[in-house]
Write a protein that binds this ligand. Structure first.
Ligand SMILES: *Cc1c(COP(=O)(O)O)cnc(C)c1O
Length: 397
């Protein structure tokens, strides 16, 4: 039997390569950071990690993780409800709720699991999920796992959302689901308008804060801070794997009855292992640091504003953004790959994205800014972009 499957898989793999869609892994030999080394020995400036606050290799978080290895051990060998809940898991859940101004929190192994396990326990075929067309793959999978009726609206298109809400009046409960920040453009969901429509059409809201938590809003509390909606959104999901330290771990935080029911019925929570103590303890430390100081968020906001300003001045076509994601538009797939390669030669590590990751004709290089970038790092990146951009004729001036 395997002979036939093997031939089939070999063809599939060849097709992926032929289409230019084969994903190679680049090997890094250092901790994650603004400056990294790759396995060729080259040192590069990293502008493609979700390390928005520069915490992936933070000494205080590492120290907290090491301490927890001694005090709470390496792993739990259990799901949460059998014998996998330690005092620190409860502490971290409380800290997350405090950070977002919500009532309770449930931890997952990853946000992929949080999104995968949130809809099925709460909604039945009598209910409706109204989902933004650019929502993350894990939301799409989570929606698929539920029996609720599905509606889709064009990305951040409020007229379309209103249309879908009108159709969904037929159902018992309705929930509007959106990413807080969309990862390819860096645009922020118009939560103020979504909230108004939710009020008007009697709907709940769920927002995925993976790219917005720690980043958006004056103190990094995410889109509910940016739009003055703290405590008003029923469900927020997020990750500890991006701005919040970069290790692993996801969560759902929101109304207490919702979280309580998820603890009873959410399958990735019930049937998958508890987060390891080292990760939990560094998470607690991270939220304590954020409660103490706004230094990292301030630096991230300064860095992003500086970078955007200089890149626009240099003549690049940048998608409007309110996050730390800056999409340098090139509109040509091949050009995006060549330009990313040339930038790597200049010591700048960025990735070019093209169809099907972004719509056809919308190829770009995505730059992600971090609080860990110094002014000198940013200047080197801008200089390299300008040099390569000129060579390749993509500058507007
Ligand atoms: C990264 C991401 C996830 C997945 O988070 P993990 O914790 O890595 O599983 C989910 N949703 C969005 C919007 C993301 O960007």
């Amino acid at each position: 039997m395997y002979d036939r499957l093997q031939a089939h898989l070999q063809k599939e793999l060849a097709d992926i390569r032929e289409a230019g869609l084969y994903k190679e892994e680049r090997i890094i030999t250092t901790p994650q950071g603004a400056v990294i080394k790759v396995d060729t020995g080259a040192e590069v400036l990293n502008f493609c990690a979700n390390n928005y606050l520069g915490l992936s290799n933070n000494p205080q978080l590492i120290a907290a993780a090491k301490e927890a290895l001694d005090s709470h051990g390496h792993g739990l060998s259990s799901v949460r409800f059998i014998c996998g809940t330690q005092d620190i898991h409860k502490t971290l859940e409380a800290k997350i709720a405090e950070f977002f101004g919500t009532e309770d929190t449930i931890l997952y192994a990853a946000c992929f699991d949080a999104n995968g396990g949130v809809f099925e326990p709460l909604l039945t075929e009598e209910d409706a999920i109204i989902s933004d067309s650019l929502n993350h793959a894990s939301i799409i999978d989570g929606v698929r796992l539920s029996k609720a009726q599905r509606y889709r609206f064009a990305n951040a298109d409020m007229a379309d959302l209103e249309e879908q809400l009108k159709k969904a009046q037929a159902q018992r409960f309705r929930i509007i689901v959106t990413d807080g920040v969309f990862s390819m453009d860096g645009n922020v969901a118009p939560m103020d308008k979504i909230y108004q429509l939710a009020q008007k059409y009697d709907a709940l809201i769920m927002v995925d804060e993976c790219h917005s938590a720690g980043v958006v809003g004056e103190t990094g509390r995410g889109v509910t801070e940016l739009f003055d909606l703290r405590g008003k959104i029923e469900i927020i999901t997020g990750t500890l794997g991006k701005a919040f330290g970069g290790a692993i771990g996801g969560f759902t935080t929101g109304k207490k009855e919702i979280i309580e029911l998820l603890r009873q019925r959410s399958r990735p929570y019930l049937f998958s292992n508890s987060l390891p103590p080292a990760v939990v303890a560094s998470g607690i430390k991270m939220f304590d640091m954020m409660a103490e100081t706004n230094e990292l968020q301030d630096r991230l906001h300064e860095n992003t504003a500086y970078f955007l300003d200089k890149m626009i001045q240099a003549g690049f076509d940048i998608k409007p953004t309110r996050s730390a994601i800056c999409a340098v538009m090139l509109y040509d797939a091949k050009l995006s790959q060549e330009m990313a390669d040339k930038l790597l030669d200049e010591g700048i590590y960025v990735i070019g994205f093209y169809y099907p990751v972004v719509p056809k004709g919308q190829a770009r290089i995505r730059v992600q800014i971090s609080a860990a970038h110094t002014r000198e790092h940013l200047d080197r990146c801008i200089t390299a972009f300008t040099k390569v951009g000129k060579e390749m004729g993509v500058l507007k001036n």
